[in-house]
Design a binder for this molecule. Structure first.
Ligand code: SDX
Length: 441
C-alpha cells in the first residue's frame, strides 16, 4: 500500500518505477529501472570511474538476495507460510491430488484431463525398469555404500544409456527423458536400499500405483505379490507431493546451473542429487533423526538446546532461507504421522520431537531468528515408521523432487533470457608474481 508521499515522489519521476543512483566517486547520476521488485545487475556496469573501468558488479554470496530466473512453477510466501504449485495451494493438492498428477502439473503447467492423466500414468508405469547393466553397475558399490551416493552415480550413469538425451532442443526427446527420470527414480532408490540390505532386487510391479510400487520394490520378500497398505501408500503419496518442488532451492539451482551448459537432463539432475545430499538441504531429515536419537530422552532437551544456543550445533529440521514462519509442509506431515503410526506403531522419538519443538518455540533464541520447523523436521519420523534406515531419508526426498527438477530444467531450457550460468568474482589473491625455483624458496 503506497502512501501519499510515495505517490507524489513517483509522479515527480514520471510515474516510472526506478532508482536514481548517484555515484559519489564521479558525481554522475543514473536511472536504474525497477521491474518485478528487482533491478538488473547489468544496469550497474555503466557506473565507472574511467573509460577502462569494468564497471560495478553486485556482490551476493550464496545468492541470498538475487533472483536468478523468472519462473511460474512454484510460489512461496515465506512470511505467511504459503506454498503453491502453479497457483494451487499445497494444502488442496495434498487433500485432493496424487503425486503423479502433481508431477504433470509442475511439468506441463496445468492439471491434466482424465485422458491426459491416464496416458501420463501409463507412460510412467511403462518406464519403471532400468537396463540390466544398471543393475550390475549398482552391484559394484560397497555393501555399506550410502544410498544417496548410489543414486547420484546411477542417475548420472543413465545418461550413457540414453545418448540421445543430450538433444535437448527436441521436445519429443525432452518429454521421454522426463518420463524416464520420474519412472526410474523409485526403482534406482529401491535397488540401492536392497543392495544395502544385502537382499535380492525386486523388479517393478506395474499393477501397483507409484507409491505402492515403490513399497513393493523396497519390501517384497517371498510373497508372490506385495500388497501395500493403502494408508501407507496415501501417506507416501502426500510426502511425495510435499517434496516435489520448492522454487530456487540449492539443488534446483544446481540443476539449472549444470543444465545451462546444455548437458543432458540425467547429468543435470545428478548434480541436483549431489546438492540435496548435503546435511543443510535434503540430508537434514537424516540429521534430524540422528539428532533425536542422540537426545534420547525428553529430560536431555534443555541441555541440548543450550548447546545449540552456544553454537555447538544446529537444531536440525529448523530454520529456512525463505520461510520465516512455520513451513506449511511440516504442518501437513505432522498430521499424517498418526496415519502411519496407526499401521506401523508410534515412534518413541515423536515425544522428543514434539517437546523439542515446543521448547524451541518458547525460546527467544529461535523465535528472534524466526527459526521454525521445516519440511525435514517430522518427515524422518514417517520414514523411520515405514522401516527405512536413516541413510534412505534423503533418497526419499530425491524421488519426488525429480519432478520439480525436471520442470525447472525444462523452464530454464526454454527461457530465451537464460544462457550458460557463469558468475563473476571479487579477486582477493596475489597479482603478477615471478616464479621462484624450488631451491630458492
Ligand atoms: C530444505 O531452500 C529450500 O527451499 C530448501 C528446502 C526445499 O524444499 O528444497 O526447503 C528443503 O533444505 C529445508 C532446510 C533443511 N535444513 C536444515 O534443517 C538444517 C538446519 N537449518 C539451517 O542450517 C538453516 O536454517 C538453513 C540452512 C536451512 C537456512 O540457513 P540460512 O538462511 O543461511 O540462515 P543462516 O545460516 O544465515 O542463519 C541465520 C541465523 C544464524 O544465527 P546468527 O549467526 O545470526 O547468530 O540463524 C541461526 C544461524 O546460526 N540458525 C540456526 C539454525 N538455522 C539458522 N541456529 C540453530 N539451529 C538452526 N537450525
Amino acid at each position: 500500500m503506497t502512501t501519499q508521499s510515495q505517490e507524489q515522489a513517483r509522479a515527480a519521476n514520471g510515474g516510472r518505477d526506478s532508482l536514481t543512483v548517484t555515484d559519489n566517486r564521479t558525481g554522475e547520476t543514473f536511472e536504474v529501472e525497477i521491474t518485478d521488485g528487482t533491478v538488473r545487475a547489468m544496469d550497474f556496469r555503466q557506473m565507472k570511474v574511467s573509460e577502462d573501468d569494468f564497471g560495478l558488479m553486485t556482490y551476493d554470496p550464496a545468492y541470498t538476495n538475487t533472483a536468478s530466473c523468472r519462473s511460474s512453477i512454484c510460489y512461496i510466501d515465506g512470511d505467511n507460510g504459503v506454498l503453491e504449485y502453479r497457483g494451487y495451494s499445497i494444502e488442496q493438492l495434498c487433500e485432493q491430488s496424487s503425486y503423479l498428477e502433481v508431477a504433470y502439473l509442475l511439468i506441463f503447467g496445468e492439471l491434466p484431463t482424465k485422458a491426459q492423466l491416464d496416458q501420463w500414468v501409463h507412460d510412467v508405469t511403462m518406464h519403471t525398469f532400468v537396463h540390466e547393466n544398471v543393475r550390475e553397475f549398482l552391484g559394484g558399490f560397497r555393501h555399506d555404500a550410502h544410498p544417496m551416493g548410489m543414486l547420484l552415480g546411477s542417475v548420472g550413469a543413465l545418461s550413457t544409456f540414453y545418448p540421445d538425451a543430450n538433444n535437448i532442443g527436441d521436445p519429443t526427446t525432452r518429454d521421454i527423458q522426463a518420463v524416464r527420470l520420474i519412472a526410474k527414480m523409485p526403482t534406482l532408490a529401491a535397488f540401492a536400499y536392497r543392495h544395502a540390505m544385502g537382499q535380492p532386487l525386486v523388479y517393478p510391479d506395474n499393477a501397483l500405483g507409484y507409491p505402492g510400487n515403490f513399497l513393493s520394490m523396497m519390501y517384497r520378500m517371498t510373497e508372490l505379490r506385495y500388497e501395500p497398505d493403502p494408508r501407507l501408500e496415501r501417506a507416501l503419496d502426500v510426502l511425495f507431493i510435499l517434496h516435489a518442488d520448492h522454487e530456487q532451492n540449492c539443488s534446483t539451482s544446481a540443476v539449472r546451473s549444470v543444465g545451462s551448459s546444455q548437458v543432458d537432463p540425467y547429468s543435470a539432475i545428478a548434480a541436483g542429487i549431489g546438492a540435496l545430499y548435503g546435511p543443510l538441504h535434503g540430508g537434514a531429515n537424516e540429521a534430524v533423526l540422528r539428532m533425536l536419537q542422540r537426545i534420547e530422552t525428553v529430560d536431555n532437551i534443555p541441555g541440548f538446546l543450550e548447546g545449540v544456543k552456544n553454537g555447538d550445533e544446529r537444531l536440525m529440521g529448523f530454520g529456512h532461507r525463505v520461510y520465516k514462519n512455520y513451513d506449511p509442509r511440516a504442518r501437513i506431515i505432522r498430521k499424517h504421522l498418526d496415519d502411519v503410526f496407526e499401521v506401523r506403531g508410534k515412534s518413541p522419538l515423536l515425544d522428543i520431537a514434539t517437546e523439542l519443538e515446543k521448547r524451541a518455540m518458547d525460546d527467544d533464541y529461535f523465535v528472534s531468528r524466526k527459526l521454525y520447523p521445516n519440511v525435514d523436521y517430522y518427515s524422518g519420523l514417517i520414514y523411520e515408521a515405514l522401516g527405512l534406515p536413516v541413510s534412505m531419508f534423503p533418497v526419499m526426498f530425491a524421488i519426488p523432487r525429480t519432478s520439480g527438477w525436471i520442470a525447472q530444467w525444462l523452464e530454464m531450457t526454454l527461457d530465451s533470457e537464460q544462457r550458460i550460468a557463469r558468475p563473476r568474482q571479487i579477486y582477493t589473491g596475489e597479482r603478477v608474481r615471478d616464479y621462484m625455483p624450488v631451491e630458492r624458496r
